[in-house]
Design a protein. Structure first.
Length: 146
């Protein structure tokens, strides 16, 4: 693997973690949004898939062949809604209560979402450090001839 391909791989990782951070932020922002059973916000989670070497070579990326067909990248395939049941609370005075007096709240677990946000943030930071290390190595390589 060439040193310049590190930038592509780290960039894909940063992009994936940005999507993960955005979906987590959306989940946290809507954690207390009450509604009816049909229109209540449901937690969303990104689905990732690894990219094989041959797919990278056929794209616009400047990868050099590795030799084996290992996973070399990451892409977001879809963002799916959680199938967990909604949080049903008895609040007959609430304006969005159904005929039985129940209001539905999103199936967002705030503790899990915060842990996911910390994990995504740290993963993003690691990819930034990888890029900085690769940049430093390239700069030192250029100064070898002086």
């Amino acid at each position: 693997m060439s040193l310049s391909s590190v930038f592509d791989i780290a960039g894909m990782g940063m992009s994936a973690q940005s999507v993960r951070l955005n979906t987590t932020a959306s989940n946290l922002a809507n954690a207390q949004a009450a509604g009816t059973e049909d229109d209540t916000y449901r937690a969303r989670h990104p689905v990732f898939s690894s990219i094989q070497q041959e797919q990278m070579l056929s794209g616009s990326s400047q990868f050099s062949p590795i030799g084996d067909q290992s996973n070399v990248g990451l892409t977001v395939v879809d963002i799916v809604e959680s199938n967990e049941p909604l949080d049903r609370r008895y609040e007959p005075d609430h304006p969005k209560a159904n005929e039985d007096g129940y209001v539905f709240y999103p199936n967002v677990n705030v503790v899990e979402e915060m842990a996911d946000m910390i994990s995504a943030s740290r993963s993003f930071q690691v990819n930034v450090e990888v890029m900085n290390s690769a940049k430093t190595m390239i700069q030192r390589l250029l100064t070898l001839g002086q």
